[in-house]
Design a protein around this ligand. Structure first.
Ligand code: PXL
Length: 286
């Protein structure tokens, strides 16, 4: 039995703007989980608000790092992927999955937000992201990414419970046993993160207060707290509730200080909250 859990985090490292590894590392570390970074790219900032970003692609590094880990007998409890810089990186993520068949496979299919694709995401990369999703145990798309994966237009009107359940189960039908979709405006006027656990055929929703600003990196924080919770033994609704509560807290803190959204959320002020390992129960069945 290992005394601690170890995650291979296959995401980019963006210097400024608090997203991807810059938030995944502190978040999961505070939860008591060891994060081993496998950078997919190194960027000067995220791609949302700082103009001309400098990006170094790390595609070649990924299989070399994996070979090293295999040679050195390094094991992982979880393989968790996010922002990818090239379509070949999908193959390298799949190689990590095959090398660690007992690890929990989490794919955050980072591709876009607010109905728009991120500028580095080509048609080919989005198509291959679908392939990666099929090999995952758990996926955490936002509504934009869920629509891309289902080849559907981004829904501009709020969604009914029936429509939401249909999206969740159709995504699960592609392979992942657990699907969580973030940032959904429901027809009853609430903002929710919603989830489906196909093993128990159970649908869940966690409501949160809408704040009229959009901060990059909150999807990465949500997926990290959710994954951390699940690794440490939370049930799906409890992990969703923990992750939603933490994101809401970071967003409201940042909004309260009037910080420019491109800076991301003030995670440094909020991390101590994650030491609290009580169970979170602000969910309801859907
Ligand atoms: O938070 C998602 C993300 C990850 N990585 C990079 C990004 C973004 C969102 O803008 O630009 C480089």
């Amino acid at each position: 039995m290992t005394e601690y859990k170890r995650v291979a985090a296959i995401h980019d490292l963006s210097g400024v703007g608090r997203c991807s590894l810059s938030v995944i590392l502190p978040t999961m570390s505070v939860m008591g989980i060891q994060v081993c970074s496998v950078p997919t790219a190194v960027l000067s900032s995220h791609t949302n608000g700082f103009g001309d970003v400098v990006l170094k692609d790390m595609t070649e590094f990924m299989p070399e790092a994996l070979n090293h880990y295999k040679t050195a007998d390094v094991d992982f409890d979880c393989i968790y992927s996010g922002f990818l810089a090239s379509s070949e990186q999908v193959s390298h993520c799949l190689e990590f999955f095959y090398a660690y068949p007992n690890a929990l496979k989490v794919v955050d299919p980072v591709m876009g937000d607010n109905g728009k694709r991120y500028r580095t995401y080509t048609d080919e990369l989005c198509r291959r992201m679908s392939e990666l999703v099929s090999a995952a145990d758990i996926i955490t798309p936002n509504l934009t990414e869920a629509s891309i994966l289902l080849n559907e237009a981004y829904p501009v009107t709020p969604l009914t419970v029936q429509q939401m359940k249909s999206m969740l189960s159709r995504l699960s039908g592609k392979g992942p046993k657990t699907v969580v979709i973030t940032s959904v405006m429901m027809a009853d006027g609430t903002m929710c993160n919603v989830g489906y656990d196909s093993k128990n055929n159970a649908y869940w929703r966690v409501k949160y207060d809408m704040i009229p600003k959009h901060y990059p990196g909150t999807g990465d924080i949500f997926a990290s707290v959710l994954t951390g919770g699940l690794i440490l033994g939370d049930s799906l609704p409890i992990a969703m509730s923990r992750a939603t509560d933490f994101c809401e807290h970071t967003i409201k803190t940042t909004y309260g200080y009037g910080i420019s959204p491109r800076e991301g959320v003030m995670i440094e002020k909020c991390l101590p909250m994650l030491f609290d390992n009580r169970s979170y129960t602000d969910y309801s069945a859907m």
